[in-house]
Design a protein around this ligand. Structure first.
Ligand SMILES: C[S@@+](CC[C@H](N)C(=O)[O-])C[C@H]1O[C@@H](n2cnc3c(N)ncnc32)[C@H](O)[C@@H]1O
Ligand code: SF4
Length: 375
């Protein structure tokens, strides 16, 4: 089982919190789409004919692509890869792109899952984030997507925003659960480099909410998700049974994936590849079949650290036996020793030789991860 990720690095507006690789100009869009097809062809053996169970268009804003552009990419994918019979095919979408006409046309492509960036149901917060849609547009987009026949829909929300009260967050969650969609990605705001929010924070134009408030919002999220029968299957991801993101689950279960496009990553079990983060360079170098990526052969320590970082945040936990069998006994011993203190402090739980974050541990997962790393 494997997956394909395709990065669409175009946005109509830059959100003030976002540091993902993207461009506001569409000048190179056609050349970029051509380069994506070239890269698909160039790397058709990367997955060694493994069955492709998931395809994910991430961004940037993949909903800036029309039906024709998407179908041209699918044509290449189906030609070059062994796509399974019922793949999960996700498209990340901004609400204001999802007109009735766009959604109807999208149904004519193989896309069968939508991940919609709702972020908030308060127009003042959307404005503060420099989003280009209103709360009303998000509600319309979700309803229309359901009307045209999309069942597998996920929504993104952000909490821990400047001045966000727990009451406001509760309203956002309640509105979300009214939509009757089966998947929620809820991210706590992080202040990323090169963002307007970080600049505002440094110049005291905005303030971080206190940690106690962040914790309350996270607790409320877990509580309301549970009350609505959503399973908390990864730190920021919640879903009804049967609706976990198969693509992201693949990342967390060490499945191989091919990343296509500028800034995309790939993993084949032994190495990771990182495509160049520059639109023009990517287009030129792919066209000339030149070096457009860096390759890193994974040492045992890298494999161990990757395994910890991708598993500990999930409901499946970190399997000490897997570490011992696949990576090496000395890493399993290292992990067991390091985990002892965390278990004693109530941050980790060990059950059947699998380590899980406790409810307390979930909120300080980065500190725990750092502690378990092999440096
Ligand atoms: C990079 S966007 C791509 C999807 C689409 N362009 C959109 O805006 O909905 C994916 C998601 O990452 C989340 N995100 C990006 N930067 C973040 C940050 N600094 N803090 C919290 N969430 C963030 C947002 O919720 C966003 O919906
Ligand atoms: S959050 Fe989405 S729309 Fe906003 S800048 Fe980032 S990728 Fe673009």
């Amino acid at each position: 089982m494997s997956g394909i990720y395709i990065h669409i690095p175009f946005c109509a507006k830059k959100c003030f919190y976002c540091d993902f690789f993207m461009s506001l100009s569409l000048k190179y869009k056609d050349d970029y789409l051509k380069a994506l097809k070239q890269e698909l062809k160039l790397r058709k053996n990367y997955l060694q004919n493994q069955s492709v169970e998931t395809i994910y268009f991430g961004g940037g804003t993949p909903s800036l692509l029309n039906e024709k552009e998407l179908n041209a990419l699918f044509e290449e994918i189906y030609k070059d890869f062994n796509v399974s019979e019922n793949p999960e095919i996700t498209l990340e979408a901004n609400p204001d792109d999802l007109s009735t006409e766009y959604l109807k046309n999208l149904r004519k492509t193989p896309v069968n899952r939508l991940s919609i960036g709702i972020q908030s149901f308060f127009d003042d917060d959307l404005k503060m984030m420099n989003r280009r849609h209103s709360a009303k547009e998000s509600l319309f987009a979700v309803k229309e997507a359901q009307n045209v026949g999309f069942e597998n829909i996920s929504g993104d929300l952000i909490y821990g925003l400047p001045e966000m009260t727990t009451k406001k967050w509760e309203y956002n969650l309640q509105e979300f659960f009214k939509l009757k969609i089966p998947h929620l990605s809820a991210y706590h705001l992080t202040y990323e480099p090169n963002t307007v929010f970080l600049k505002y924070l440094k110049t005291k134009r905005i303030y971080e909410i206190p940690e106690t408030e962040s914790l309350k919002q996270f607790e409320l999220l877990k509580q309301l998700a549970k009350a609505h029968n959503f399973i908390h299957y990864e730190t920021s991801n919640f879903a009804k049974d049967g609706f976990f993101s198969k693509h992201n689950t693949g990342y967390w279960q060490q499945k191989h994936y091919l990343g296509i496009g500028a800034s995309a990553h790939s993993y084949d079990g032994n190495s990771r590849q990182f495509n160049i983060k520059n639109l023009k360079e990517y287009i030129t170098r792919v066209g000339e079949t030149g070096a457009y990526f860096e390759k890193e052969i994974l040492s045992d320590a890298d494999t161990y650290n990757d395994y910890i970082i991708t598993t500990l945040r999930t409901v499946w936990g970190t399997d000490v036996s897997y570490v011992s069998e696949k990576i090496g006994n000395r890493f399993a011993e290292f992990l067991t020793n390091k985990a002892k203190t965390q278990i004693h402090n109530g941050n980790l739980v060990l059950k059947d030789n699998v380590l899980y974050l406790s409810e307390k541990g979930k909120f300080i997962e980065n500190t725990i991860l750092e502690n378990l790393f092999y440096l």
